[in-house]
Ligand binder design. Structure first.
Ligand code: FE2
Ligand code: FE2
Length: 246
């Protein structure tokens, strides 16, 4: 049994589950630099310990949230086909719309300011890796994984038998998708560090500033996107498949 499984057998919720139950917690985790999407399978005390973050302070901030009533999308109770459609419509569409401008600005800023700020060249190449991988990744979700999830949601609603999938169990494509999320999330994290948390230097021109602002927006969207998949859609799809094949 690996550490992740051991963690998941405990009753304490993982970071991802905490965000799945209340998305506002994502803001708190973000503030403390805690990864809730790719690192969402960890327990809070372990992550804080590992990263030297004050657990008591984080808990205090989380408790403050509990006092305010929650008004956000209740993704947790959505049917899985609805959630897949939502992810495609909101997050996949966003990525496709954001890439052309990021492509242009990242190339331009690295070219013009790369000499005086060599980190821009590294940022450009990390961004390039994300921009090359992510559309292929989303295409696999849209053409293979999500259609199967839709099929499962319909089979459940209509009390029908589930047709066999071309990929064995759904855990196979999900493992692959999660590995690709880790890769994109890791590259984005490196960009965040290289850009000093998306803070441009004082003398930065407008294009430079817009690039950092856009990259930050892109990261925020990617975190929410991966969170919905890793922490809600994927585990629920695994459970649904097990239920239908039982
Ligand atoms: Fe996706
Ligand atoms: Fe994904």
């Amino acid at each position: 049994m690996d550490t992740q499984e051991i963690e998941n057998n405990q009753t304490e919720p993982t970071i991802g589950e905490m965000v799945a139950n209340d998305y506002r917690k994502a803001e708190v985790f973000k503030r403390f630099g805690i990864d809730f999407c790719c690192g969402g399978k960890e327990l809070l005390d372990k992550t804080c310990n590992k990263r030297g973050i004050d657990l008591a302070e984080v808990k205090q901030a989380l408790n403050e949230l509990d006092e305010i009533p929650q008004v956000s999308h209740d993704y947790h109770n959505w049917e899985l086909d609805v959630l897949s459609d939502y992810i495609t419509e909101k997050h996949h569409k966003y990525v496709n719309q954001a890439l052309p401008l990021l492509d242009e600005f990242s190339t331009k800023v690295a070219k013009v300011h790369g000499n005086s700020h060599p980190e821009l060249i590294e940022i450009d190449s990390l961004y390039r890796a994300i921009a090359n991988e992510l559309p292929i990744h989303m295409d696999k979700e849209e053409s293979i994984l999500f259609p199967y999830i839709r099929q499962m949601a319909m089979a459940k609603r209509n009390n029908e038998l589930l047709a066999p999938s071309p990929f064995g169990t759904i855990r196979n494509p999900i493992n692959m998708m999660e590995m690709e999320h880790d890769s994109a999330g890791g590259n984005m994290q490196a960009i965040r560090e290289l850009s000093n948390g998306y803070n441009p230097p004082e003398e930065a021109c407008n294009t430079y500033r817009v690039l950092y602002g856009k990259l930050q927006e892109f990261e925020n969207d990617l975190h929410q996107h991966i969170h919905l998949e890793n922490n809600i859609l994927f585990p629920k799809s695994i459970n649904l498949e097990e239920e239908l094949l039982r």
